[in-house]
Design a protein around this ligand. Structure first.
Ligand SMILES: [Zn+2]
Length: 287
Protein backbone atom coordinates (compact mmCIF):
# COMPACT_ATOMS: atom_id res chain seq x y z
CA UNK A 1 0.00 0.00 0.00
CA UNK A 2 2.32 2.75 -1.17
CA UNK A 3 2.26 5.93 0.85
CA UNK A 4 0.47 4.42 3.82
CA UNK A 5 2.23 3.32 6.96
CA UNK A 6 -0.77 2.21 8.98
CA UNK A 7 -3.27 -0.38 7.80
CA UNK A 8 -6.49 -1.09 9.65
CA UNK A 9 -9.12 -3.81 9.46
CA UNK A 10 -11.31 -6.28 11.32
CA UNK A 11 -10.52 -9.70 12.80
CA UNK A 12 -12.94 -11.57 10.57
CA UNK A 13 -15.86 -10.47 8.43
CA UNK A 14 -17.41 -7.13 9.39
CA UNK A 15 -20.18 -7.53 11.99
CA UNK A 16 -22.40 -5.32 9.81
CA UNK A 17 -22.36 -8.04 7.14
CA UNK A 18 -25.43 -10.21 7.51
CA UNK A 19 -24.31 -12.76 4.93
CA UNK A 20 -21.58 -13.45 2.44
CA UNK A 21 -18.05 -14.76 2.30
CA UNK A 22 -14.60 -13.22 2.63
CA UNK A 23 -14.57 -12.09 -1.00
CA UNK A 24 -17.52 -9.87 -0.19
CA UNK A 25 -15.98 -8.92 3.17
CA UNK A 26 -12.88 -7.59 1.43
CA UNK A 27 -15.00 -5.38 -0.80
CA UNK A 28 -17.04 -4.15 2.18
CA UNK A 29 -13.88 -3.42 4.17
CA UNK A 30 -12.33 -1.46 1.27
CA UNK A 31 -15.53 0.54 0.71
CA UNK A 32 -15.42 1.58 4.37
CA UNK A 33 -11.94 2.99 3.96
CA UNK A 34 -10.12 0.12 5.67
CA UNK A 35 -7.28 -1.84 4.09
CA UNK A 36 -6.65 -5.00 6.15
CA UNK A 37 -8.56 -8.08 7.23
CA UNK A 38 -7.69 -11.17 9.28
CA UNK A 39 -9.18 -14.42 8.05
CA UNK A 40 -10.35 -16.32 11.13
CA UNK A 41 -9.52 -20.00 10.95
CA UNK A 42 -9.73 -20.24 14.74
CA UNK A 43 -11.96 -23.32 14.71
CA UNK A 44 -10.03 -25.10 11.97
CA UNK A 45 -8.75 -24.57 8.44
CA UNK A 46 -11.51 -25.68 6.11
CA UNK A 47 -11.22 -23.43 3.08
CA UNK A 48 -10.79 -24.91 -0.42
CA UNK A 49 -7.95 -23.84 -2.67
CA UNK A 50 -10.30 -22.19 -5.19
CA UNK A 51 -12.08 -20.12 -2.50
CA UNK A 52 -8.76 -19.09 -1.02
CA UNK A 53 -7.49 -18.00 -4.43
CA UNK A 54 -10.65 -15.93 -4.93
CA UNK A 55 -9.83 -14.13 -1.65
CA UNK A 56 -6.34 -13.34 -2.93
CA UNK A 57 -7.77 -11.88 -6.15
CA UNK A 58 -10.29 -9.73 -4.29
CA UNK A 59 -7.61 -8.50 -1.88
CA UNK A 60 -5.29 -7.54 -4.73
CA UNK A 61 -8.10 -5.80 -6.57
CA UNK A 62 -9.11 -3.74 -3.53
CA UNK A 63 -5.67 -3.19 -2.01
CA UNK A 64 -6.46 -5.02 1.23
CA UNK A 65 -3.71 -6.74 3.26
CA UNK A 66 -4.76 -10.25 4.35
CA UNK A 67 -3.54 -12.15 7.40
CA UNK A 68 -4.85 -15.34 8.99
CA UNK A 69 -5.53 -16.42 12.56
CA UNK A 70 -4.66 -20.11 12.97
CA UNK A 71 -6.79 -22.51 15.07
CA UNK A 72 -6.90 -21.82 18.82
CA UNK A 73 -6.24 -25.44 19.82
CA UNK A 74 -2.53 -25.48 19.23
CA UNK A 75 0.04 -26.21 21.92
CA UNK A 76 3.64 -26.48 20.80
CA UNK A 77 4.78 -26.75 24.42
CA UNK A 78 2.52 -29.74 25.18
CA UNK A 79 4.16 -32.66 26.90
CA UNK A 80 2.03 -35.02 24.80
CA UNK A 81 3.74 -35.98 21.50
CA UNK A 82 0.32 -36.44 19.96
CA UNK A 83 -0.78 -32.87 20.80
CA UNK A 84 2.43 -31.39 19.40
CA UNK A 85 2.14 -33.51 16.26
CA UNK A 86 -1.45 -32.36 15.71
CA UNK A 87 -0.42 -28.75 16.36
CA UNK A 88 2.21 -29.04 13.63
CA UNK A 89 -0.35 -30.51 11.21
CA UNK A 90 -2.85 -27.74 11.92
CA UNK A 91 -0.34 -24.95 11.55
CA UNK A 92 0.95 -26.48 8.31
CA UNK A 93 -2.62 -26.58 6.97
CA UNK A 94 -3.05 -22.93 7.94
CA UNK A 95 0.21 -21.96 6.21
CA UNK A 96 -0.80 -23.78 3.05
CA UNK A 97 -4.20 -22.04 2.97
CA UNK A 98 -2.48 -18.71 3.72
CA UNK A 99 -0.22 -19.19 0.71
CA UNK A 100 -3.28 -19.73 -1.50
CA UNK A 101 -5.09 -16.64 -0.20
CA UNK A 102 -2.03 -14.40 -0.12
CA UNK A 103 -2.14 -13.99 3.67
CA UNK A 104 1.25 -12.64 4.72
CA UNK A 105 1.09 -13.69 8.39
CA UNK A 106 -0.39 -16.72 10.15
CA UNK A 107 -1.01 -15.66 13.73
CA UNK A 108 -1.03 -18.36 16.41
CA UNK A 109 -0.83 -18.83 20.16
CA UNK A 110 2.37 -20.81 20.82
CA UNK A 111 1.32 -22.91 23.83
CA UNK A 112 1.11 -23.30 27.59
CA UNK A 113 3.66 -23.53 30.39
CA UNK A 114 1.58 -26.26 32.08
CA UNK A 115 3.57 -29.31 33.07
CA UNK A 116 6.94 -27.59 32.65
CA UNK A 117 9.28 -26.94 35.53
CA UNK A 118 10.22 -23.58 34.05
CA UNK A 119 9.11 -21.09 31.42
CA UNK A 120 12.42 -21.67 29.64
CA UNK A 121 11.72 -25.36 29.18
CA UNK A 122 8.26 -24.58 27.72
CA UNK A 123 9.85 -22.06 25.37
CA UNK A 124 12.57 -24.51 24.29
CA UNK A 125 10.00 -27.21 23.50
CA UNK A 126 7.86 -24.68 21.59
CA UNK A 127 10.80 -23.72 19.38
CA UNK A 128 11.82 -27.33 18.79
CA UNK A 129 8.23 -28.34 17.94
CA UNK A 130 7.87 -25.54 15.40
CA UNK A 131 10.91 -26.64 13.42
CA UNK A 132 8.91 -29.06 11.19
CA UNK A 133 6.63 -26.17 10.21
CA UNK A 134 9.64 -24.16 9.00
CA UNK A 135 10.90 -27.23 7.13
CA UNK A 136 7.48 -27.59 5.53
CA UNK A 137 7.54 -23.96 4.30
CA UNK A 138 10.97 -24.55 2.76
CA UNK A 139 10.07 -27.93 1.27
CA UNK A 140 6.90 -26.55 -0.32
CA UNK A 141 8.73 -23.50 -1.62
CA UNK A 142 6.19 -21.21 0.06
CA UNK A 143 7.18 -17.53 -0.13
CA UNK A 144 5.72 -14.47 1.51
CA UNK A 145 3.97 -16.27 4.39
CA UNK A 146 5.31 -15.82 7.91
CA UNK A 147 4.20 -17.78 10.94
CA UNK A 148 3.47 -15.17 13.58
CA UNK A 149 3.56 -16.22 17.25
CA UNK A 150 1.32 -13.80 19.11
CA UNK A 151 1.83 -12.14 22.47
CA UNK A 152 -0.78 -13.88 24.63
CA UNK A 153 -3.22 -12.61 27.23
CA UNK A 154 -2.75 -15.09 30.07
CA UNK A 155 0.17 -15.66 32.38
CA UNK A 156 -0.30 -19.42 31.80
CA UNK A 157 0.49 -19.07 28.09
CA UNK A 158 3.85 -18.86 26.33
CA UNK A 159 3.84 -15.44 24.70
CA UNK A 160 5.65 -12.56 26.36
CA UNK A 161 7.30 -10.10 23.97
CA UNK A 162 10.69 -11.63 24.76
CA UNK A 163 9.38 -15.14 24.12
CA UNK A 164 7.79 -14.44 20.73
CA UNK A 165 10.99 -12.65 19.66
CA UNK A 166 13.09 -15.59 20.90
CA UNK A 167 10.88 -18.03 18.96
CA UNK A 168 11.41 -16.07 15.73
CA UNK A 169 15.12 -15.53 16.33
CA UNK A 170 15.64 -19.25 16.97
CA UNK A 171 13.62 -20.41 13.98
CA UNK A 172 15.73 -18.08 11.86
CA UNK A 173 13.29 -17.51 9.03
CA UNK A 174 9.63 -17.53 8.02
CA UNK A 175 8.67 -16.17 11.46
CA UNK A 176 7.62 -12.68 12.57
CA UNK A 177 6.13 -11.70 15.94
CA UNK A 178 2.50 -10.57 16.21
CA UNK A 179 1.92 -8.04 18.98
CA UNK A 180 -1.48 -8.03 20.66
CA UNK A 181 -1.39 -4.88 22.81
CA UNK A 182 -4.57 -5.85 24.67
CA UNK A 183 -3.02 -9.19 25.57
CA UNK A 184 0.14 -7.54 26.90
CA UNK A 185 -2.03 -5.26 29.00
CA UNK A 186 -4.12 -8.18 30.34
CA UNK A 187 -1.11 -10.44 30.85
CA UNK A 188 0.42 -7.79 33.09
CA UNK A 189 -2.96 -7.20 34.78
CA UNK A 190 -3.02 -3.62 33.58
CA UNK A 191 0.60 -2.82 34.39
CA UNK A 192 1.99 -2.63 30.86
CA UNK A 193 1.02 -0.69 27.69
CA UNK A 194 0.08 2.25 29.87
CA UNK A 195 2.54 4.72 28.33
CA UNK A 196 3.80 5.54 24.87
CA UNK A 197 7.35 4.90 26.12
CA UNK A 198 6.48 1.28 26.83
CA UNK A 199 5.00 0.88 23.34
CA UNK A 200 8.15 2.40 21.82
CA UNK A 201 10.30 0.01 23.88
CA UNK A 202 8.44 -3.04 22.52
CA UNK A 203 8.71 -1.84 18.92
CA UNK A 204 12.39 -0.92 19.23
CA UNK A 205 13.19 -4.22 20.94
CA UNK A 206 11.63 -6.22 18.08
CA UNK A 207 13.42 -4.14 15.47
CA UNK A 208 16.76 -4.38 17.26
CA UNK A 209 16.52 -8.14 17.87
CA UNK A 210 15.12 -9.25 14.52
CA UNK A 211 15.70 -6.45 12.04
CA UNK A 212 13.71 -3.71 10.36
CA UNK A 213 11.78 -6.16 8.18
CA UNK A 214 9.97 -7.38 11.33
CA UNK A 215 8.34 -3.95 11.79
CA UNK A 216 7.69 -3.42 8.09
CA UNK A 217 4.90 -3.98 8.77
CA UNK A 218 4.59 -4.95 12.42
CA UNK A 219 1.56 -7.21 12.67
CA UNK A 220 -0.61 -6.14 15.61
CA UNK A 221 -3.98 -6.67 17.27
CA UNK A 222 -5.89 -4.14 19.33
CA UNK A 223 -9.05 -3.76 21.40
CA UNK A 224 -9.81 -2.76 24.94
CA UNK A 225 -9.79 -5.72 27.30
CA UNK A 226 -11.02 -6.83 30.68
CA UNK A 227 -8.62 -8.80 32.85
CA UNK A 228 -8.63 -10.65 36.14
CA UNK A 229 -6.14 -12.78 38.00
CA UNK A 230 -4.03 -14.59 35.41
CA UNK A 231 -4.92 -12.29 32.56
CA UNK A 232 -7.56 -11.77 29.91
CA UNK A 233 -11.31 -12.12 30.42
CA UNK A 234 -12.97 -10.44 27.44
CA UNK A 235 -12.57 -7.86 24.72
CA UNK A 236 -14.35 -4.50 24.92
CA UNK A 237 -15.05 -1.63 22.55
CA UNK A 238 -12.94 1.53 22.47
CA UNK A 239 -15.92 3.51 23.68
CA UNK A 240 -16.27 1.60 26.96
CA UNK A 241 -14.87 3.41 29.97
CA UNK A 242 -12.91 1.61 32.62
CA UNK A 243 -10.92 -0.69 30.36
CA UNK A 244 -7.53 -0.35 28.73
CA UNK A 245 -5.23 -0.02 27.00
CA UNK A 246 -5.66 3.37 25.38
CA UNK A 247 -5.37 3.35 21.59
CA UNK A 248 -4.08 6.92 21.31
CA UNK A 249 -1.17 6.01 23.59
CA UNK A 250 -0.33 3.04 21.37
CA UNK A 251 -0.71 4.95 18.10
CA UNK A 252 1.78 7.54 19.36
CA UNK A 253 4.30 4.71 19.72
CA UNK A 254 3.90 3.87 16.03
CA UNK A 255 4.29 7.53 15.15
CA UNK A 256 7.38 8.05 17.31
CA UNK A 257 9.13 4.98 15.87
CA UNK A 258 7.93 5.67 12.32
CA UNK A 259 7.23 2.00 11.66
CA UNK A 260 4.65 0.49 9.36
CA UNK A 261 1.81 -1.28 11.15
CA UNK A 262 -1.08 -3.59 10.37
CA UNK A 263 -3.67 -3.13 13.12
CA UNK A 264 -6.39 -5.75 13.39
CA UNK A 265 -9.37 -4.74 15.51
CA UNK A 266 -10.55 -7.46 17.88
CA UNK A 267 -13.21 -5.23 19.42
CA UNK A 268 -16.77 -6.62 19.65
CA UNK A 269 -17.67 -4.01 17.00
CA UNK A 270 -14.77 -5.00 14.77
CA UNK A 271 -14.86 -2.66 11.80
CA UNK A 272 -16.37 0.33 13.63
CA UNK A 273 -13.49 0.36 16.07
CA UNK A 274 -10.98 -0.24 13.24
CA UNK A 275 -12.31 2.99 11.72
CA UNK A 276 -12.11 4.75 15.06
CA UNK A 277 -8.48 3.63 15.52
CA UNK A 278 -7.70 4.94 12.07
CA UNK A 279 -9.40 8.26 12.87
CA UNK A 280 -7.38 8.61 16.08
CA UNK A 281 -4.10 7.95 14.22
CA UNK A 282 -5.11 10.54 11.62
CA UNK A 283 -5.65 13.01 14.48
CA UNK A 284 -2.21 12.12 15.78
CA UNK A 285 -0.78 12.85 12.35
CA UNK A 286 0.21 9.27 11.64
CA UNK A 287 -1.30 7.25 8.83
ZN1 LIG B 1 -4.95 -14.47 18.88
Amino acid sequence: MPGRRMHFGPAGKPVSMKSGDYVKAIRVVAEMGLDAIEYEAVRGVRISESKARAIREAAEEHGVIVSMHAPYYLNFAALSDETRRKSVERLRAAVRAASWMGAYAVVFHPGYYKGHESRESALRLTIESLQPVIEFIDAEGIRGVWIAPETTGKSSQVGSVEEVVEICRSLGKHCRPAVDWAHLYARSEGGFVTSTDQVIKVIEYIEKELGTWAVKPLHTHFSKIEYGRGGEREHHTLGEEGYGPDWRTVCRGYRETGIEGVVISESPILEKDALLMKKICVEEGYT
